[in-house]
Design a binder for this molecule. Structure first.
Ligand code: HEC
Length: 117
């Protein structure tokens, strides 16, 4: 009889070889820097250079439509938003780059007041 397969903790990880990927890269300066580049490659077109894209939620204010915790952003970027242009990025980016880009987006939170819009 097969013993319980050590199925990956999360299904999303099955496409990724690197098992050392952490659960969260929140606040990690290196991840934020790398995430910024990823953002400028994939997300900028819709979300704008500083995450304040006209047609999209503004990341720099405190109002998040899909939850404001780091984990909430990981979820929405992984799965996308059905019925909106926001696609699921889980497979395209892979877990690690996804955590990095979310670390960047998360770092923008609350910066709006500082910029006076
Ligand atoms: C094709 C345009 C498009 C692209 C490309 C895109 N997004 Fe989005 N994104 C949207 C739209 C539109 C929404 C709002 C969805 C809704 O109606 O809730 C959204 C929502 C989000 C949210 C949730 C915001 C909130 O208020 O909860 C996050 C986080 C996000 N996007 C991150 C990203 C990241 C990171 C990337 C790049 C990997 C990306 N998006 C690429 C269009 C886009």
């Amino acid at each position: 009889m097969d013993s319980a397969q050590n199925a990956a903790q999360t299904d999303e990880d099955s496409s990724t070889a690197d098992r050392r990927i952490p659960d969260s890269l929140e606040g990690d300066p290196e991840a934020i820097a790398l995430g910024k580049r990823i953002f400028h490659t994939y997300c900028w077109g819709c979300h704008g250079r500083n995450g304040t894209g006209a047609q999209c939620p503004d990341f720099s204010d405190d109002k998040q439509l899909h939850g404001s915790r780091y984990e909430d952003l990981v979820k929405v970027v992984t799965n996308g938003v059905k019925g909106s242009p926001m696609g699921p990025w889980g497979y395209a980016l892979g877990r690690k780059r996804l955590l990095q880009v979310v670390a960047y987006v998360f770092s923008l939170k609350g910066t709006r007041e500082a910029r006076q819009k």
